[in-house]
Write a protein that binds this ligand. Structure first.
Ligand code: DWN
Length: 390
């Protein structure tokens, strides 16, 4: 039974960057989070309708960062070397940043956002423009058989019926096949107080504890866990049909670590909720004192994560002048809910900027390296996790 532990207030569609003309037509919902003590799953109390979030104008492009392009290149090399897959399926292929490393002949993809399924179909990869469920699994299995590598990045945590989704994977995974997926890590979120990982698309924030329960219900077993630095700290889970692979030490280590963190008890989440409240106060005080001193602050990266922060902390152009983002589809629009204008870095990241809030803090290394001139002239980055970054 899911019990609420955090209320992040009224929130818009996190990735719903919109033209100014649509500002009065936004959809809002109450973003509340709960913990289920039976299967250890942390989920939204109420799921947002999938069609509201994933449509033919989805804004997030995975290949917009060099970090993610190299991340998926390395992942594909790793999987080819260790599993020599013949028949590959990616669930949530976005703009093809992962599957483009595999041959078109024996790779199929599932991508519900039509603007992206069009890209990979045009590249020659058979892409099903559907949501992942048992219907999709049976259709693909009937057309191209079972798969020996099923991969999914930042997608499984977006599926409200996660038990059904894992059952659909088991249905099409070959006897000796591997199911590898990566999603933000609950332990990292709790540790960093990175509450901005919570938004409409993230139906769940997974722990290995919860995944072990849910995959087990689908007849699958975790045999390896990698800790990843991408997307603010993620887990890469390797699973298969039961007893197909020796269970690696990393699985027991992860489960033990999470139990020691108390991810199996409600008290841990109530403490997290208090930490979130303190994080909000600290961030607003930092931004307000900078603004009161007459300095200019922009936000770097129009992210779903920063949508949660800005709407929870009521941060608008009263504190942030505008947002800079490299994604063409986001430029010229306004941010969801707080309606902060978005411009390209060429247009907005200039000498007039004194401080930059890291909306895309998960790429801070890449960004700070790229903006060394900004830092050298005295510009400062701010994050809600670490405050002012020297
Ligand atoms: O799970 C999800 C993750 C993978 O991506 C999706 N539900 C939605 C999305 O979340 P997000 O919007 O918080 O993702 P990112 O990857 O943190 O977004 C980064 C944004 O920052 C992009 O719009 C690109 C932009 N960016 C930039 O303007 N300059 C990124 C870099 C690295 C840069 O230098």
């Amino acid at each position: 039974m899911k019990k609420e532990f955090l209320d992040l207030g009224v929130q818009p569609i996190a990735n719903g960057f919109l033209p100014e003309s649509n500002a009065d037509k936004e959809y809002f919902f109450n973003l509340k989070v709960g913990f289920n003590s039976e299967n250890y799953l942390v989920s939204l109390m109420d799921f947002v309708d999938l069609d509201m979030m994933f449509n033919d104008s989805y804004a997030y492009r995975a290949s917009m960062s060099s970090t993610m392009r190299s991340h998926f290149k390395e992942a594909s090399n790793n999987f080819k070397e260790n599993f020599s897959p013949k028949d590959v399926l990616e669930i949530g292929s976005n703009d093809g940043v992962f599957i483009k490393n595999f041959s078109k002949e024996n790779t199929v993809a599932v991508e519900p956002c039509g603007n992206f399924s069009k890209i990979t179909n045009n590249l020659g990869y058979k892409t099903y423009n559907v949501f992942w469920d048992m219907n999709a699994s049976n259709k693909i299995k009937s057309e191209s058989g079972k798969k020996d590598l099923i991969f999914s990045a930042n997608c499984m945590c977006h599926i409200p019926d996660i038990a059904g989704a894992f059952g659909a994977v088991a249905n099409i995974l070959s006897a000796d096949g591997v199911f590898i997926f990566e999603d933000p890590s609950l332990s990292e979120m709790i540790k960093r107080v990175s509450y901005d990982q919570i938004y409409d698309e993230h139906a769940h924030i997974f722990s290995v504890l919860s995944l072990s329960e849910l995959l087990g219900q689908a007849g699958l077993e975790i045999f390896k866990v990698d800790k990843l630095s991408v997307h603010g700290g993620s887990h890469r889970i390797y699973a298969s049909h039961k007893s197909k692979f020796p269970v690696d030490k990393s699985v027991m280590d992860a489960l033990r670590f999470e139990k020691e963190m108390g991810l199996d008890i409600m008290e841990t989440y109530r403490t997290f909720a208090r930490n979130v409240e303190s994080s909000k106060e600290r961030l607003v005080n930092i931004l307000r004192s900078i603004k009161d001193s007459g300095k200019k602050i922009v936000s770097y990266g129009a992210t779903s994560k920063s949508t949660t922060i800005f709407n929870y902390c009521k941060i608008s152009t009263n504190l942030i002048d505008y947002i800079v983002d490299t994604t063409p589809e986001k430029q010229g629009k306004i941010s969801p809910g707080m309606h902060i204008p978005i411009v390209s870095p060429d247009e907005g990241f200039d000498e007039s900027v004194d401080f930059a809030f890291l909306g895309a803090w998960n790429f801070s290394d890449e960004i700070i390296k790229k903006e060394i001139d900004f830092c050298n002239r005295g510009g400062k980055f701010i994050s809600h996790l670490d405050g002012l970054i020297d």
